[in-house]
Design a protein around this ligand. Structure first.
Ligand code: SF4
Length: 947
């Protein structure tokens, strides 16, 4: 740890002194000898699969990671994001000390914890005393531990007296929550991962599981291999790696999920596939729903959804399993495609209606199982960490529930007035109704829809507190007070994954610098605020994180999520366990509702009347394209962590807007052209790409990139803040947009070799300042043993000499003795390359850039420059001795490119032979769907015969 801290310190001191340094951390034998290597159990901090990991660390430094073979979520497997966690553990981008600015005209300055927390306390006290408790708000994160969440919730609802606590889970799972509660009575996924291997039919809806939950997709592949008769139906407007395994892909139009599910129910009714006896015994509301779906014929839905009538009928039959539903098991797996909708709650309820109608719930292999987007969205809900909940799934609107929580906390009452949910919270901040916001472990300036308005809200706030581990988020610049927090590998507590399984998270290394655990920051602040507001002093007595868990455990007694039988010791001894886990029980609960008793007041499940309503924003003549947003395989959320590992860009290096080729042709666009994407809320510039995976009239863009590596805010600058009336989850999955060519004819490409990820990220932070010099510019990073950072810039006017000089200096091209240079002043062409030893370590091409791709490949491969030296500055689009460009790396674990796989497949090799030759897909397996697709496509290309 001392080494890591020294490196951080050197960077801090150098930047304060205005000196450029490239310091990286490399373990030396003597450092290795400081302490024996150890492994500590934790979980992956990314998606809600909740894979267990073993963190290898030595002397306070995380050196490696592997899947925990004993963890029931993954049995030792990890995807590309999990296997590279250690590469992101020690970077220059950590927040290491508190920083404060006392007014907006000042830069933030380093401060002590006392100064920072005293300032926040005095501001919160001033605002609460002048304007009441609802003038402050907390916006927290599904990446916090359950214990972190618990103390934030208690701080707001128990100490301050406001329900203004919401979380980025609102953008992720709140429609799934509301759907469960409306139908089954509780926010509790009834099925479990084991059911994937026990199902007769998998119904995957609104989820590119292969990318977003790769380790569950491995289970789906295993299930299909073990049981070829397993029926897999995938509902997704796009063709994805997940649809590649489907027996039936229903590529419905955006916003038509309810029409599809209602039509499937219509078929089930007509074909006598409903389990009438079970429905009569265990549910209410079916008669009304029957009437409501009477007109939802497959023919009608085929028109609405844009899929074949026969496919809807087939989906209904496979879902219901013929005339013997009780001998059949259908498991639904679903995610943001259902949730991020202005009718997300009813998308969920309409799907659960199908499970209830066919009794596909409460038995092995069956049930609705929402896939959680974040590692602990579930834990946050368990402690009531949302604006409409209180502890242990209690309802804020229920006076009995409020009284129970008040008694447990030893206070008079908890507030009854619902707090502001995510979109409402930032709207209220912008209006001045909320005056101070505390943001922890999340990045709303990038991840919220309509990001310009969110930024305006942050500008309008009297006080913005940001509690963060990473400095590279779009929200950090808005912080008046920046509080350094611990992160993965350092944190301790518990998290709950998508199947209600609680895992103990252990700390492998201490937080760096002056960073503290999130719960400790909250507790320290709570003591100060209780003192100044003259509120009860007893609410935050915790010395250890376990004391918080034990208090949370007590709040669950008698609730649907009762964990009174769990303890830290039990979780460590027996491993991750599923709730409910009652006191004196010997095991947790794999499946809920096996007895047909539901969590509603009368213990009967409720059918919900759901009607097709379409998207909140219709496409029209001005905005004719339906924009969908989603995830990539190797990045996660806003990339504050995955973006630190250069190799995770090898699969997709920069964001592009994907369109069907007919839409490109209609707009006279070619692949790679710059386009302006506009909606009613704004516009941004990006390069376009062509894909047959989308229908004409649709567009897709990944959600990961924001303003850290481009001079625009990314896709959420144009997404819609319209939200579901029940869950308040915004419709991030659909916006009406138009795409038009933008002509920025003057281009510059600059590249720099950096020895490792650490140096690359430090350079990206330094280079960010130059982005503003161009009409459009991005910074990308890729590499493996070393990294290449690339500036891609486009400008309407010729790029000015001072800007070229700034780029030269930044990219190390200002040393005449090491720099080759070509200048054609008349044509405004200027090229420079730095050669050190036998390698090209820096390049800038302005005005003529055709050699950029092969030069980058040469730098990536560390190819010897001598053979190329005469051509480095030549206008060649190909290297003189054949192509070095391997293209996209498909298998990130073993560094196998698409071109390698294609070449092998063209020799006639099948998957097994290709794997034997190249090893691709033999490590984490995340690339397997793509490898299969490449082989299949390559082998269908006819071989040209000589003569
Ligand atoms: Fe992490 Fe991948 Fe497992 Fe998700 S599937 S928890 S990202 S290793």
């Amino acid at each position: 740890m001392a080494c890591t801290m020294l490196v951080h310190r050197l960077h801090v001191l150098a930047s304060q002194a205005g000196i450029k340094v490239a310091v990286s951390l490399r373990m030396t034998p003597s450092a290795n000898a400081l302490a024996p290597a150890q492994e500590t159990k934790s979980t992956c901090p990314y998606c809600g699969v909740g894979c267990g990991v073993l963190i290898e660390h030595q002397g306070g430094v995380i050196r490696g990671v592997r899947g925990d073979p004993d963890h029931p979520a993954n049995f030792g497997r990890l995807c590309t994001k999990g296997t590279t966690l250690h590469l992101t553990a020690h970077g220059a981008g950590r927040v290491l000390k508190p920083e404060v600015r006392f007014n907006r005209n000042m830069p933030r300055m380093a401060a002590s914890w006392n100064t920072a927390l005293d300032y926040v306390t005095s501001e919160f006290t001033r605002i609460i005393e002048a304007h009441g408790p609802d003038a402050v708000a907390f916006y927290i994160s599904g990446q916090l531990t359950t214990e972190d969440y618990y103390v934030f919730n208690k701080l707001a609802k128990g100490l301050i007296g406001t329900n203004n606590v919401d979380t980025n889970s609102r953008l992720c799972m709140s429609s799934a929550v509301a759907g469960y509660k409306q139908t089954l009575g509780a926010d509790a996924p009834p099925a479990c991962y084991e059911d994937i291997g026990l199902a007769d039919c998998l119904f995957i809806a609104g989820s590119n599981t292969a990318y977003a939950h790769p380790i569950l997709f491995r289970r789906i592949e295993d299930a299909k291999a073990a049981t070829p008769d397993l029926k897999i139906i995938v509902v997704d407007p796009r063709r994805t790696d997940t649809t590649s395994i489907a027996d039936l892909h229903l590529a419905i139009l955006p916003g038509t999920d309810i029409a599809l599910y209602n039509a499937m129910l219509n078929v089930m009714l007509w074909e006598n596939l409903v389990d009438q006896a079970w429905v009569a015994a265990h549910t209410d509301g079916f008669d009304a729903l029957k009437i409501a779906v009477r007109d939802c014929t497959p023919a009608w839905a085929a028109q609405v959804c844009g899929v074949a009538e026969v496919d809807i009928v087939q989906a209904a039959r496979w879902f219901a399993g013929g005339s013997t539903p009780r001998a059949w098991a259908t498991l639904s797996l679903y995610c943001q495609g259902l949730n991020q909708s202005s009718h997300g709650t009813h998308n969920n309820a309409a799907l659960i209606n199908l499970h209830l109608a066919t009794a596909q719930i409460g038995k092995p292999g069956a049930g609705p199982l929402s896939l959680t987007g974040q590692p602990n969205a579930m834990g946050g809900r368990e402690v009531g960490g949302l604006a409409n909940l209180i502890s242990a799934h209690r309802e804020m609107a229920n006076p009995t529930h409020r009284a129970e929580v008040a008694r447990l906390w030893g206070i008079d009452d908890v507030p009854a007035k619902p707090g502001k949910t995510a979109v409402e919270l930032f709207d209220a901040l912008k209006r001045g109704e909320i005056k101070a916001v505390w943001i922890a472990c999340t990045n709303p300036a990038q991840s919220m829809p309509d990001a310009h308005q969110v930024r305006a809200a942050l500008d309008a706030a009297q006080l913005v507190v940001v509690q963060e581990a990473f400095s590279n988020t779009d929200t950090v610049p808005y912080a008046d007070v920046l509080l350094p927090a611990s992160t993965w590998g350092e944190k301790e507590g518990t998290v709950t994954n998508s199947e209600r399984r609680i895992t103990r998270v252990n700390s492998a290394v201490p937080p760096p610098g002056r960073a503290r655990h999130d719960w400790k920051i909250v507790v320290d602040f709570a003591h100060r605020l209780a003192r100044d507001l003259k509120r009860p002093q007893h609410l935050f007595p915790y010395e250890t994180v376990e004391e918080i868990f034990n208090e949370h455990r007590e709040t669950t007694r008698g609730r649907d999520l009762d964990i009174t039988g769990l303890s830290y010791a039990k979780l460590m001894a027996e491993g991750p366990l599923q709730w409910p886990f009652f006191e004196h029980s010997s095991s947790g609960t794999a499946r809920l509702y096996e007895d047909g008793q539901f969590a509603t007041a009368n213990q009967r499940a409720q059918f919900v009347l759901t009607r097709h309503t379409g998207t909140a924003e219709a496409t029209n003549a001005r905005y004719p394209l339906a924009l969908n947003t989603g995830r990539l395989r190797d990045q996660w959320h806003g990339m504050s962590r995955t973006g630190l590992a250069a190799r995770l860009y090898a699969h997709v290096e920069e964001p592009t807007l994907s369109l069907n080729p007919t839409d490109l042709a209609r707009r006279n666009l070619a692949v790679g052209d710059l386009v302006r994407v506009s909606s009613a809320r704004g516009s941004f510039v990006v390069r376009c790409d062509a894909t047959d995976d989308l229908r004409p009239g649709q567009a897709f863009m990944p959600m990961h990139w924001g303003g850290q590596t481009a001079n625009n805010l990314g896709v959420n600058s144009i997404t819609s803040p319209a939200f579901d009336p029940f869950s308040k989850q915004p419709e991030l999955k659909h916006a009406a947009v138009e795409v038009a060519r933008i002509d920025l004819p003057h281009r510059l490409v600059a590249m720099k070799h950096l020895p490792d990820d650490f140096a690359a990220q430090a350079f990206v932070r330094e280079a960010r300042a130059v982005l503003a010099q161009f009409d459009h510019a991005t910074l990308t990073c890729t590499g493996r043993e070393h990294a290449i950072v690339t500036l891609n810039a486009f400008h309407a006017q010729a790029i000015a000499d001072p800007v070229l000089a700034q780029v030269d200096q930044l990219f190390g091209l200002d040393a005449p003795t090491q720099t080759m240079r070509y200048v054609d002043a008349r044509r405004r062409i200027e090229k420079a390359a730095r050669v050190e030893g036998s390698q090209v370590t820096g390049v800038a091409l302005s005005g003529e850039t055709v050699a950029a791709d092969w030069l980058k490949s040469m730098m990536l491969e560390a190819a010897g420059a001598e053979a190329f030296r005469p051509w480095i500055l030549a206008p060649l689009s190909q290297p003189p001795k054949g192509s070095l460009n391997r293209g996209k790396v498909v298998c990130n674990c073993l560094n196998v490119a698409a071109s390698d796989i294609e070449a092998a497949a063209r020799q006639g090799l099948d998957l097994a032979d290709v794997q034997a030759k190249l090893q691709c897909g033999t490590s984490c397996g995340s690339c397997l769907p793509e490898v299969r697709r490449i082989i299949s496509a390559a082998r269908t290309i006819p071989i040209k015969l000589a003569g």
